[in-house]
Design a protein around this ligand. Sequence first.
Ligand SMILES: *Cc1c(COP(=O)(O)O)cnc(C)c1O
Length: 219
Amino acid sequence: MSITDNLQKLKSEIPKNVTLVAVSKTKPVCDILEAYEAGQRIFGENKIQEMVDKHEDLPKDIKWHMIGHLQRNKVKYMAHFVDLIHGVDSLKTLKEINKQALKHDRVINCLLQVKIAQEESKFGLSENEIKTILNSEEFNAFENINVVGLMGMASFTADKNQVRAEFSSLNEIFKELSTPNKQLTTLSMGMSGDYKTAIEEGSTMIRVGSSIFGTRNYS
Ligand SMILES: *Cc1c(COP(=O)(O)O)cnc(C)c1O
């Protein structure tokens, strides 16, 4: 099936309240353009330099999401255009995003990454670490970032029950952190292999790459 076919099929399957991020990492500009022509406007990349290059080459109404682990020294290259940063996992990184956003007189939307997987290799914060950050004076003085929700990645396992339990635990944290004063709106969870489970467990934003663009040769 073509990229256009894949997109249409996916969109027919997901509820209206769930936002689709088309993960285009490693894929050429022509593939992204095909998805763009089919109506897709939100794309996710996991390397800042690659996202910057694609942003320069592609239509300017595309919303670019940074979904990868952040290198703080590269935040400055995307601060003028990035629409949402998914994988923020430290106060230091928030501080850098705030600083770079201020230079461009912008408020950058961010998601805090929660570690829900068993695997050591996955990044992310614990619930307590998130609470500590959100309650800190330093964080509350940042005027150029807006934390709008959470992001998480489930374990890479065939055990569907484990994946479901991990998504469910993330949704619990999401609901708990959402207070009347500060409503969290975005729960980014679910990829090609597990987005259906993620939606059942409360996801509002899925990040899908290979089911749209085909398998990748490298990550
Ligand atoms: C690559 C990637 C995805 C998409 O993965 P697929 O399995 O190709 O859908 C989603 N989220 C993150 C953080 C990724 O790095």
